[in-house]
Design a protein around this ligand. Structure first.
Ligand SMILES: [Zn+2]
Ligand SMILES: [Zn+2]
Length: 434
């Protein structure tokens, strides 16, 4: 028989690991909701042309990394490689601009890129992102940076730092692109084949090249901030000054560019020492041109997206202590057992009722009483309710304290009251500790 495995670059999130994901998600949702953001969900598949246009046909993602396939009618579809293009497509399609001037949206879900799998980088990976669509204000950029620093801090990565740059706009960027061509034309042959191509099509992406032979030429390139137009320069100055005034630390990184063509002005990454120099927790910035590129008019926007795998990798390398974090899934307040098959139905009925307030479970494999108690012990449940035919005739149940090995008979009608008096139990979903 064939034994199946998850495809290369994908993996299962087993329950012990899922608990960590829930901590990340819960903190992100909590901060975003308090900041006025609302969730939006878009399909995992979209018209391939949306991403080809949205991420720019010349970018690496479009060319090498997208999963594109034909459906049964021959339509060209793609698994989404990122979230923003889909959110903007939905924003335009559903006329969300008519609902409110500024839409603050967040999304979370899997994205797909056909990349070489490595630590913290998978073919199916999970992102959480936020978008502010409809505002030119530098405050929207600052809020985005602030919110994500806050989220990372709450998760346990308080030493994450912000790298900041401006990538200009359509009117000032061409002069910078020209400056890069001038600076590197003499060493064209020494660049990697990708960068030789970029020198013509998209010179700014050379700043992003990871090949050592290309990185050595970076110092020849003047900082983009020397080439910003007055409007871009003013915007960048406000973002930097306000962050300083707020005590939100950042580092200027003149070589920081975004991989996607629709980014304008503010570009930033949030990095963490544990991930090394080439890996960030997430990246974002302004994309004032994307809505227009996708046919939605001249609407400015700014956003950020974080990779959950990166966050968890940083926490792992930081030896983060997960004890006491998470929703306590799988932990039980009570375990229900029965002494004989006649008592089973009543035991089950009581279990369903107790679940209105407590986390309760029972054995579903028809074990003996001894086997059921052993299971309760293995699951680490402190209190076990033992239902027996004799006790039920008296309208009673036995409560066994597994730690003290004590038993006590309690009338069913006063069971709730008894349980409330013994406060070792949580009672309902535990959300503290997220
Ligand atoms: Zn400009
Ligand atoms: Zn290169």
């Amino acid at each position: 028989m064939t034994r199946f495995k998850s495809p290369r670059g994908t993996y299962d999130i087993l329950p012990d690991e899922a608990r960590k994901w829930q901590v990340v998600e819960a903190n992100a949702r909590s901060v975003l909701r308090r900041s006025g953001y609302r969730e939006i969900q878009t399909p995992l598949i979209e018209d391939a042309a949306l991403f080809l246009r949205g991420v720019g046909e010349a970018s690496d993602i479009a060319i090498k990394e997208m999963y594109i396939f034909k459906d049964r009618r021959g339509r060209s579809l793609a698994l989404r490689p990122e979230g923003t293009a889909s959110v903007v497509r939905a924003y335009i399609q559903h006329h969300l601009a008519a609902d409110r001037d500024v839409q603050k949206l967040y999304y979370l879900g899997p994205m797909f890129r056909y990349d070489r799998p490595q630590a913290g980088r998978n073919r199916q990976f999970f992102q959480i992102g936020s978008e502010v669509i409809g505002s030119h204000s530098p405050l929207a950029d600052i809020e985005t940076i602030w919110i994500w620093k806050d989220i990372f801090g709450r998760i346990g990565l308080s030493n994450a730092t912000v790298s900041l740059n401006s990538v200009g706009c359509r009117s000032c960027r061409p002069r910078f692109q020209e400056a890069i061509r001038d600076a590197l034309s003499g060493v064209r042959d020494e660049l990697c084949p990708d960068c030789q191509d970029r020198l013509q099509r998209n010179p700014m992406r050379i700043l992003d090249c990871k090949v050592e032979g290309c990185r050595v030429f970076r110092d020849r390139i003047p900082p983009i901030t020397d080439y910003l137009c007055t409007a871009c320069e003013g915007h960048h100055a406000t973002v930097r000054q306000t962050l300083r005034d707020l005590g939100c630390g950042f580092q200027d990184d003149p070589y920081l560019v975004r991989g996607l063509d629709y980014y304008t002005r503010t570009a930033f990454e949030i990095v963490h020492g544990a991930l090394g120099s080439q890996s960030s927790l997430g990246g974002g910035g302004r994309y004032d041109d994307l809505v227009a590129v996708l046919g939605g008019g001249n609407v400015p926007a700014v956003g950020f997206s974080a990779g959950i795998e990166r966050i968890l990798l940083a926490l792992d390398r930081d030896r983060f202590d997960w004890r006491g974090r998470g929703s306590g899934e799988g932990e039980l307040d009570l375990f229900v057992v029965y002494t004989d098959p006649e008592a089973r139905e009543e035991a089950f009925r009581q279990l369903l009722d107790l679940r209105k307030e407590y986390r309760v479970d029972m054995d579903y494999t028809e074990k003996s009483l001894k086997g059921q108690l052993r299971l309760a012990h293995r699951l680490g449940v402190r209190k076990v309710l033992i239902f027996g035919t004799d006790e039920l005739k008296r309208g009673a149940v036995i409560i066994r304290d597994m730690l003290e090995s004590e038993e006590k008979e309690v009338l069913l009608k006063s069971l709730r009251e008894f349980l409330k008096g013994h406060s070792t139990m949580q009672g309902g979903d535990r959300v503290a500790g997220i």
